[in-house]
Design a protein around this ligand. Structure first.
Ligand SMILES: Nc1ncnc2c1ncn2[C@@H]1O[C@H](COP(=O)(O)OP(=O)(O)O)[C@@H](O)[C@H]1O
Ligand SMILES: [Mg+2]
Length: 226
């Protein structure tokens, strides 16, 4: 059990809808704290349950996917009582902030690698749930870290995997429009390269289903217009 006194929050880095993220120290280590904040609009008891559950889901995901050789922040401590994950502080830049300044070679290299990483997750039955360029950190050594497993799920279905990819595609289109085509192509190349010959039909079904999701999306939207 961790005593709260070991947590030294020094700087609020990010305030999201669900969690506040702090830079700080923990037993002399530079760390990041992800603290899920209480929601006043939820019944207290239920709120506590939800925060505890999400804290456990995210830390378990971070710990498990490390075994596939992915770079994710190491989890140092899980304080379920206060809904805090203490994890390694990853020094680097969000892909979102540096994408514009990268040359084509780097873009291709990074997005291929990200594609391979996501394929590793998918092949092992893990859905990231929130693949965005804000949830990818590039370090000074150009290591690529996936973060934010708050929406992680276990699933081995084609549908869930294509939804994961579709979300990323939409993020690229909306936040990085002029880079979208080039980057998503590299991403899919990397993603595909992790599928063996006998699994290529799975890859093809996942890609085909992205189009199906988009068609559905248009259908819903035109329905709404009526
Ligand atoms: N381990 C970490 N090391 C360094 N920065 C981090 C780390 N975890 C999160 N961050 C920073 O905090 C931001 C928000 O964290 P994230 O886990 O994505 O929370 P949210 O669920 O609010 O999106 C990230 O975009 C990143 O800039
Ligand atoms: Mg995030």
């Amino acid at each position: 059990m961790m005593s709260n006194s070991e947590i030294i929050k020094e700087k609020l880095i990010h305030k999201g809808a669900e969690a506040s993220l702090y830079y700080g120290h923990w037993f002399n280590k530079e760390v990041f704290f992800k603290y899920r904040i209480p929601k006043k609009y939820r019944l207290e008891e239920l709120d506590k349950k939800i925060r505890t559950m999400r804290t456990i889901i995210e830390s378990r995901a971070l710990i498990t996917v490390k075994n596939f050789g992915l770079n994710v922040p190491q989890v140092y401590e899980i304080d379920t009582k206060n809904s805090i994950i203490v994890m390694k502080y990853i020094k680097g830049e969000k892909l979102k902030d540096i994408l514009n300044s990268l040359n084509d070679n780097k873009k291709q290299e990074y997005f291929k690698k990200i594609g391979r990483d996501i394929a590793l997750l998918h092949k092992n039955g893990h859905i990231h749930g929130d693949i965005t360029t804000s949830n990818i950190i590039i370090t000074q050594n150009e290591d690529i870290f996936l973060i934010d497993f708050g929406l992680h799920e276990y699933s081995d279905t084609i549908e869930d995997k294509s939804v994961d990819l579709h979300l990323f595609k939409r993020v690229l289109i909306s936040s990085h429009g002029k880079d979208y085509e080039f980057c998503f192509k590299a991403f899919l190349e990397g993603y595909k390269s992790e599928y063996d010959k006998e699994d290529l039909n799975v890859y093809n079904m996942i890609i085909k289903n992205i189009t199906a999701i988009e068609t559905r999306g248009r259908y819903v939207k035109s329905e709404e217009r009526l």
